[in-house]
Design a protein around this ligand. Structure first.
Ligand SMILES: C[S@@+](CC[C@H](N)C(=O)[O-])C[C@H]1O[C@@H](n2cnc3c(N)ncnc32)[C@H](O)[C@@H]1O
Length: 300
């Protein structure tokens, strides 16, 4: 962290920032906590001092509410974050002055992990989440925060279309109704020709468990996840809209211990490989490609 970026952890508990969030926005504290737990390890899979610092600055009973962390769940979170970071880094290597739009950004600290000093960043989240983000992570000159519902595509008007755009929806879509997920994907594909969207999904079996209130640990109950997708079904995302041109799997790599040993199997051997949590990139058609597509005669 640079001195401009670093914040002092408060010495006094009363200086901490209160986080009174509703059930869905609160899930950003869960992901933040797991990133911080992972980042504190000497053999961390994720370098994220900003997350560690945030957990110290927020007045919230993290451990009491979410448990000690550090197990498989924490590693899986770190591997998932690694997939998103890799995609953003690849994008910025191709488009150093591009824009990264983070839908449902919560208290993600990705900017501090992978920014290249030239890109533009836009965080979109619900008003209560953005208020907390603003107070804890004041935006720098190339960052903007927008309090908006990601499913209402008005935020897209705020994005500078003269730059290349990468959208991310990390830990967001599972909280939306399926019809809204499809409309959001189709709307993004329409508005950002040549752009792409990185998203993650929980498998159907896990979505069902959340909907019946059976995903609990240490007294914390995960909110219901209306949208789920098995990894083996990702090709269907192409049907969300005519401008979704291609679908690509983003595979986690690395890990420790049992996770490291089992990951190659989980990624290749069904039914694990087809029913695992997944990260996917959707590529959107260029404008020229779209006119070609619409001019093509319908096959009978
Ligand atoms: C699990 S958290 C993920 C936060 C962050 N992306 C991360 O990975 O740490 C889900 C986030 O989605 C946000 N969210 C949920 N529904 C939303 C919506 N309709 N529009 C914008 N943000 C939403 C929540 O407020 C929360 O910040």
């Amino acid at each position: 962290m640079t001195s401009e970026q670093s914040e002092q952890a408060p010495e006094n508990e009363s200086e901490k920032v209160k986080a009174g969030l509703g059930a869905i926005p609160e899930t950003a504290l869960w992901t933040l906590y797991h990133r911080a737990v992972e980042a504190r390890r000497p053999d961390a899979l994720l370098i994220d001092p900003r997350a560690v610092d945030l957990v110290e600055r927020i007045d919230f009973p993290f451990e009491e509410r979410f448990g000690p962390g550090g197990g498989v769940q924490t590693q899986v979170q770190a591997l998932r974050v690694g997939c998103f970071d890799r995609e953003v880094e690849d994008f910025l290597a191709r488009e150093p002055r591009g824009t990264v739009v983070c839908l449902g950004d919560g208290l993600e600290t990705q900017y501090w992990r992978v920014d290249n000093g030239r890109a533009q960043w836009l965080s979109v989240d619900l008003p209560e989440s953005i208020a907390l983000r603003e107070s804890l992570l004041p935006p720098g000159p190339r960052q903007r925060y927008l309090a908006a519902d990601a499913t209402d595509l008005g935020w897209a008007e705020e994005v500078d279309r003269s730059r290349e755009v990468l959208l991310t929806a990390q830990g967001l879509l599972m909280y939306l109704p399926p019809a809204q997920v499809r409309a959001l994907i189709a709307g993004c594909a329409e508005r950002f020709p040549g752009g792409s969207l990185v998203l993650d999904a929980v498998p159907h079996w896990f979505g069902r468990l959340t909907r019946s209130g059976r995903v609990r640990s240490h007294g914390y109950q995960a909110p219901p996840m209306p949208w789920s997708m098995d990894a083996g079904q990702r090709a269907k995302l192409c049907t969300a809209g005519p401008a979704v041109a291609a679908v690509r799997d983003v595979r986690p790599s690395g890990g420790r211990g049992l996770v490291r040993a089992l990951l190659p199997l989980a990624l290749t051997v069904p039914p694990l490989s087809t029913r695992r949590p997944s990260v996917t990139v959707l590529e959107f058609a260029e404008r020229s490609e779209r006119s070609e597509r619409s001019e093509r005669p319908e096959r009978s």
